[in-house]
Design a protein around this ligand. Structure first.
Ligand SMILES: [Zn+2]
Length: 382
């Protein structure tokens, strides 16, 4: 009986085109075996992008690079590049510094929660490229508070906790990088978001948005101090000085995941195998990822990578295997255990507390049965 049930599900559980499955947040698999995200890719967690818009932005990027080149000799730095030690920012750094020959200032933000592999990648890349590099390191409490606030106050049936934290954390990191550029009068900031990382912005953070402080509403509460708030981007700090633009060139350049990894390995910037996002990703991907898997039955990155696959730049079989193997391990705390333990120690919340919280919220979710069926199907204990 049990076997029969699994057999029936096997055919209809996963979307035939991507790696989404029954029970994933906002996912429904049609009778044709294709999910709603594949049918209407512009509807979920993305800024809709037409080929015309992409082409228009690609031309704009060419113009910007020409403009930068024209003023190249008069400036110490042509641009700031946000550099995390992951494959995409390493690739972007390589293309702009080597292929375009720009004078770049690589800027890394150390949140205190950084992955060790990424830190080593940063060292090796900087040494081998010989570009200027700085680390910005706010007190660890700033990021600790950011994460704690979300864990304590998080209450949603529609968004993974990871998404909320990631958006908030990314905005803070962007703030720190753009402040550095503004302080030095550097007109452009480039960030290596890949084409699937377009849930909020496409190609650029709009200038209108950067004309205002990026401080989120909840950072105005007593939970945070004035000292914490001063790390956020606020254009008023820089008076009438020209404000930098913040752009995502990988959104519009041809992008192939395997090619990106091969390029940075070939150039000797990253040791073989160390460009793998599973190794370089921020440790919250596994710690908060554990919460999301126990709460929603899947890792948030499943929906994210599904986008890459849909765009034709990721391998479905590979990622299906990776997620099906990883999700039960992450849920059990058996993946990247050392680094995840460091996260819990630093944040002051235990693994058990986080899992209890996830179970409690799951019990009250109207989709509870769907979520738990998916968990059972994938071998994740409830
Ligand atoms: Zn699909």
């Amino acid at each position: 009986m049990f076997n029969l049930q699994i057999e029936i599900q096997e055919n209809t559980f996963y979307c035939k085109k991507c790696i989404n499955h029954k029970g994933c947040i906002s996912v429904e698999i049609g009778s044709d075996g294709i999910c709603n995200h594949c049918k209407e890719p512009d509807k979920y967690f993305v800024v809709p992008i037409s080929p015309e818009l992409k082409e228009q932005k690609r031309k704009e990027m060419e113009k910007i690079l020409k403009k930068i080149k024209a003023k190249h000799r008069n400036r110490e730095y042509d641009c700031v590049i946000g550099f995390s030690g992951g494959k995409d920012s390493t690739y972007l750094l390589y293309i702009l510094a080597v292929k375009y020959g720009l004078n770049v200032l690589a800027v890394s933000v150390n949140s205190g929660y950084m992955n060790k592999v990424a830190l080593n990648n940063i060292k090796q890349t900087i040494k081998n490229l010989g570009v200027e590099h700085i680390f910005i390191k706010p007190p660890i409490e700033v990021f600790t508070k950011l994460y704690r606030w979300h864990i304590i106050n998080y209450d949603s049936n529609d968004f993974p906790m990871m998404k909320k934290i990631c958006d908030n954390c990314t905005d803070l990191i962007d703030s720190l990088v753009i402040k550095e550029a503004a302080r030095r009068g550097i007109p452009y900031v480039f960030i290596g978001l890949s084409p699937d990382e377009n849930a909020r912005y496409f190609f650029e953070i709009p200038k209108e948005k950067l004309n205002h402080s990026l401080l989120p509403e909840h950072w105005k509460s007593d939970f945070y101090s004035n000292e914490d708030r001063k790390w956020w981007w606020d254009p008023n700090e820089f008076g009438s000085k020209r404000k930098p633009r913040l752009l995502f060139p990988l959104h519009i350049w041809p992008y192939n995941e395997k090619e990106v990894i091969a390029t940075v390995e070939r150039a000797g910037l990253v040791r073989r195998g160390k460009a793998d996002p599973l190794k370089t990703n921020c440790i919250l991907i596994w710690a908060i990822g554990m919460y999301d898997i126990m709460r929603f039955g899947h890792h948030m990155y499943r929906l994210q990578i599904a986008k890459l696959i849909r765009q034709g730049v990721g391998d479905r079989e590979h990622w299906l295997e990776v997620f099906n193997r990883l999700e039960p391990l992450v849920a059990n705390g058996e993946f990247n255990t050392q680094q995840v333990d460091r996260f819990f120690k630093q944040i002051g919340i235990t693994r058990d507390e986080l899992i209890e919280l996830a179970r409690f919220k799951r019990k009250n979710d109207p989709r509870r049965d769907n979520i738990e069926n998916a968990m059972k199907f994938k071998g994740i204990s409830l």
